[in-house]
Every structure is written in C-alpha cells, then in structure tokens.
Design a protein around this ligand. Structure first.
Ligand SMILES: O=C(COP(=O)(O)O)[C@H](O)[C@H](O)COP(=O)(O)O
Length: 320
C-alpha cells in the first residue's frame, strides 16, 4: 500500500485550507465541514480493502485536524465519524462513514436548535444583549427569543483583528434586532445598558473554563464588575475531553500581519507583535453554560463531560 496521505482527496485538502485561512470558521461550522470532508474521502476513495480505506480516512482526519488547534469541535467531529468506521469490505466502511456523517450533521443542527430554546428562556422582552465575535450558538438563542416574540437590542463588539462582529451585526439585523456596533474597547462604556453578555465557545474545559475568541475574558471581568450576567452558549461538542485528564487547551497564535501591516511594523522598528486568537475565561466569571441538554453552572459541567466521554478519549485517527 502506498502512503495513505498521498490519497487524501482534493476536497479534504480544500476544506483544510479553508479552515486554516478562516474562510470556514467558528467551532460548529468547522465541525460540520470537517465531517462532510471525511464523507468525500470515503465516497471518492479507490481503496481496494477496508483497511486501506480506514488508513486513508485517518490520514484525511490528520490533515483536517492539523489546521486550527483550539476548537475541540474539530477533533470531536473527526472522532465521531471514525469511531464506527468498521466493516469487512470497502463498501461497508464507506456506508458506515456516510451514515455517521449524516447522523453527526443532524445532531449538530438539532443540538443548536435545542440549545437556542434553552438560551432564549433567559432573555426577556426588551432586553439588551452584548456580543463578542460571531457564534452560531449565541445567534440560535437570539433567534429563538425573537421567534417567541421578544424584542431585543444588541450591542455588538467588532472583535479585532478579524472583525467577526460585522458578521454578527449583519445576522442580527436580518433577525430584526436593533444593533449598535462598537469598538472592543468601548465595552465597559456601554455595559450599564446591557442585561446579558452572550458569548460562544471553542472549547469548554472540565473545570468550567470557557475558551473563546480573544477578548472574552476581559469582557467577562467587565461584566462581573458591573453585575451583568455572562452566559456562554455552547453545544456539548465544545466540551474538551482531554481536559478531564489534566491536559490544557492549545491557544492558537495567528499571523502578525492580522494585527499590523508588515511594512508598517518594519518602519516602527524593533517590535514584537503577538496575535493569540483565543483566551481562557475562568469559571468564576461565567454565570451559566447553555447547552442542548439544559443550562449548567460552569463548575458542574464536569458531570456532563463524564456522562458523555467517560474518563477520556483517544486521538481521532488512533485504531483501538
Ligand atoms: O470564537 C469564535 C470563533 O472564532 P474564529 O472566528 O477564530 O473561528 C466563536 O465564538 C466560537 O467558535 C463559537 O462559534 P459557534 O457558536 O458558531 O460554534
């Protein structure tokens, strides 16, 4: 058998590129795209044996996995799809991957809808929310509240350096929400007008820490200072199983050029530029984690994690 990596399909490589360059971004969207890419690997493979196809799928999972390190929804998605890739023939393995991917994507969609209903119950008619970055889980809560007839106003942080707040602003306007866009550093200035801060998550650690877009932790401290509740909307696919056994979550460091034009940086002189994409908000700053299974105080999320994962997991491409 030749190197399975050389048989990874163009579709998988294109999806991996799109995740790396953030054309596909946001934890839930990344998970959905990665699962669908594995399906294309299974469907297009010319493997002659079931083991050959499994080796290709593991190689494809590795290519997808090595794109962005922080959103655990990515390895969780790959693990879900590969877990059942058994079968004696190529056709069996192919069929089981297709079934797993369809099931996974349905579960993802349903989880978001269910989570949205839970989150919407926290919001009252006339409330003002503040958002950070762009989270489809957060927007599901807002959408469900709007569908319940609640009139909401939003203060949207632009979210430097990639300005995902603009996507949030656009989608909230489409829902009929009144939007005020602010620069990140104006969050404290407007906090007195806010009833709830709503953020998403790329990973949730076993101690209830929320790993989300850089700036979330500062926002949470500001919200706590003003007594404004901060809620994290996160489907259970964001729960990070490795943190059950003491691992920490990798924080992605992105290109300096997202922060400053390289020519301008050169012109300034000898400076160091750092661009961490995410930060960690300790559980004491978070009022509730809203999942499709209901809402949890961050400190008790570990019980849900043990229910879902047992004591830990393996990497998505490891054969048991
Ligand atoms: O931090 C981000 C996106 O970061 P990036 O733009 O760097 O991917 C989002 O808050 C979470 O991924 C949750 O999103 P969702 O709720 O859609 O899963």
């Amino acid at each position: 058998m030749d190197n399975p990596e050389s048989r990874v399909t163009d579709e998988v490589r294109q999806t991996a590129d799109a995740i790396g360059t953030m054309e596909i971004r946001g934890a839930a969207t990344i998970a959905d795209a990665a699962a669908k890419a594995l399906r294309t690997q299974a469907e297009q493979s010319s493997a002659e044996t079931a083991d050959e196809l499994r080796a290709e799928l593991r190689a494809a999972a590795r290519v997808l996995h090595d794109t962005r390190p922080t959103a655990v929804s990515l390895p969780n998605a790959l693990r879900y799809v590969l877990f059942d890739a058994d079968g004696a023939t190529v056709e069996d393995v192919r069929a089981s991957v297709v079934t797993s991917v369809v099931e996974f994507c349905d579960r993802l969609e349903n989880a978001q809808t269910d989570l949205g209903r839970v989150g919407a119950n926290r919001l009252r008619d006339g409330d003002t929310i503040m958002t950070h970055c762009h989270s489809t889980d957060v927007l599901a809560c807002v959408e469900a509240a709007v569908e319940q007839g609640k009139d909401l106003t939003a203060i949207v942080k632009e979210t430097r350096p990639r300005l995902q707040g603009h996507i949030t602003a656009r989608e909230l306007v489409e829902m009929g929400v009144d939007v005020t866009l602010i620069v990140d550093s104006a969050a404290r200035r407007y906090m007195n007008d806010v009833d709830h801060v709503l953020v998403g998550a790329d990973s949730i650690a076993a101690d209830g820490s929320v790993i989300n877009k850089i700036g979330t932790s500062g926002l949470a401290v500001t919200a706590r200072d003003r007594g404004t509740p901060i809620v994290c909307a996160a489907q259970t696919i964001k729960l990070h199983p490795d943190t059950l056994t003491g691992h920490t979550v990798d924080i992605e460091m992105r290109e300096e050029s997202e922060v400053i034009d390289p020519d301008e940086a050169d012109e300034i002189g000898d400076i160091t530029v750092k661009n961490p994409a995410f930060d960690v908000t300790p559980p004491r700053y978070v009022d509730a984690i809203v999942t499709e299974r209901g809402q949890y105080p961050p400190e008790s999320i570990v019980t849900l994690m043990r229910d879902l994962f047992g004591e830990g997991t393996t990497e998505p491409w490891v054969v048991e």
